[in-house]
Design a protein around this ligand. Sequence first.
Ligand code: AMP
Length: 279
Amino acid sequence: MLIFKKVADLRQWLDQQTIPVGFAPTMGALHDGHLELIRMAKREGCLAVASIFINPTQFNDPKDLEKYPRTAEKDAAMLLTADCDALFIPPVEEVYPPGKDLTIELDFKQLDKVMEGEFRPGHFKGMATVVNRLLDIVRPQRLYMGQKDFQQLSIVRDMIRQLGLSVELVMCPTVRESDGLAMSSRNVRLSPEMRALAPLIHQTLQWAKTAMEKGKPAAETQTEALEKLALSGLRPEYFEIVDGTSLLNVGKSSDNDFIVACTAAFAGEVRLIDNLVLK
Ligand code: AMP
C-alpha cells in the first residue's frame, strides 16, 4: 500500500492508473466498518483509495475534535489487511490551501436541517466541503460511504446531483459488534458501564421496526423509543422515523415505501448515532 501526504504526489500516481478508483474517505481510528468500505471497493474491481483526514470544519464542538482518537500507524496496518492500494493522509494545508475558500454553499433544503443538522449546526456544511474537496483531489469513479451515517449519505447524494459530479455513490451496510452496537471510532471512549448500555440503541431501533410493522403510528413509536432510551440511562437527543429519501417524518408504515429510523444518544459523554431501515 502506498501512502501519500501531498495532493500532487497522489495525483501523479493516480494519473498512471488504468482501473476505476474506489474511494473511501474516513477520519481514521479505523474499525471493521471502515475496512468493509475498502473490501467492497476491491470486490467490485476497483483500485481502493482510503483517506484519513480529521476535518476540523465539521466539528461544531472543539472538545469533540480534540478528543477524536488519532491512531494513524494502526490504521495503516489495518488498511493493509483489507488490501487497500493507497492511503491519502494529508496535513490540513493540503486539503485547505491557505487563502483559498473552498466552502460549499449549496441548499440542501431540509436534508441538512433535521436530526443531526438540528443538534450539530454547521456540521454538514463542513462535511460537504471536505467530501467535495477530496472528490476533486481523488476523482474516483466510485465513492464508498457507510449507511451508519445515513443523513450524511443523503446529503452527499444530493451534493453529487446538484454539482453534476460524475461519481457513483455506493452505500455499505452498517457493520456491527456481535451485540448489535454499530461500530464507531467513538466506541473506544465508552466506559464499561456505558459500553454495556450502548447496544440498547440498536435494540430500540429493532423494537421500532416491529412496532411500526404492527401498525403503531410513527409519532407514538418515536415517543416510546425516546422513553425506552432515557429510562435505560442513555440520553437520547432524537429518535426520528423518516422517509428514506426526503428525511421528513412519516405518519404510519403504510404511507411510505422507504422508511428509516434514525437516532442519536449520549452514552455518558460519548455521542452515538445509529439508524435502521424499517421498510
Ligand atoms: P468516519 O471515519 O466516522 O467519518 O467514517 C468514514 C466512513 O466510514 C463513512 O462513510 C461512514 O459512514 C463509514 N462507517 C463508519 N462506521 C461504519 C460502520 N459501522 N459500518 C459501515 N460503515 C461505517
